[in-house]
Design a protein around this ligand. Structure first.
Ligand code: FE2
Ligand code: FE2
Length: 213
């Protein structure tokens, strides 16, 4: 066993960001780029954690995700939409009441405005299928009836999401989708600046393609 002490990893000189130097921030940029390159791995690892959850349904969250993505793929959806279908419920464990918004934020730097919008609002469009059974308004999605991507969100839910709870469906395995996830997360992020890559644009402002078709 090699007992040679490992050199300490390089660190910045500052304890407050205001005191940082150009060299400090160049170092952080390099390290952050390395870290960001592992995003797809971390996303896939988190997706695997959905296995075994989703009490009451006949499939777990991972199977639901795979089934949604498989249905999208078999429907000839474009690659980023297949990945969106795979990841649309990935934040269910951390944000069960706002999972669509969180998943949309995860995807936002890498996908078109249209795909982001559909993922963000899919929960409301899913409500159409059960809202009336729980004392709600199943037509709550109608507030977006004039939106250009209203029908796309209707189709996402009707064709891929609401029907993806079938234990007998022949879903493709996660390994099939992994290269797609890696390609989408390897895209140059849209509209990001700064440490941690905050969004420079206001929500709703289009600084990236609206459609990948
Ligand atoms: Fe969902
Ligand atoms: Fe779903």
């Amino acid at each position: 066993m090699d007992d040679t002490p490992k050199p300490n990893p390089p660190t910045v000189s500052f304890t407050a960001m205001a005191d940082g130097t150009r060299e400090d921030y160049e170092l952080l940029d390099r390290l952050e780029e390395e870290f960001a390159a592992g995003t797809a791995d971390r996303v896939l690892a988190h997706l695997r954690e959905l296995s075994g959850s989703l009490a009451g349904y006949q499939v777990d969250r991972l199977e639901h995700s795979l089934q949604t993505a498989t249905r999208a793929w078999r429907d000839d959806a474009d690659e980023e939409m297949v990945v969106a279908a795979l990841l649309h419920d990935i934040d269910d464990l951390l944000a069960p009441h706002s999972h669509g918004e969180l998943a949309a934020l995860l995807l936002r730097p890498f996908v078109t405005e249209r795909t982001h919008w559909i993922v963000r609002h899919h929960g409301l469009f899913q409500y159409y299928y059960y809202g009336h059974h729980v004392g709600g308004d199943r037509n709550a999605r109608d507030r977006f009836r004039d939106h250009p991507w209203y029908q796309d969100a209707v189709d996402f839910c009707h064709r891929w999401d609401q029907c993806a709870f079938d234990p007998d469906y022949d879903s493709l395995p996660l390994e099939f989708f992994e290269p797609m996830v890696r390609r989408v997360f390897a895209r140059k992020p849209f509209g990001l600046v700064g440490r941690g890559g905050f969004m420079i644009t206001a929500p709703g402002r289009l600084d990236r393609p609206t459609d990948s078709t």
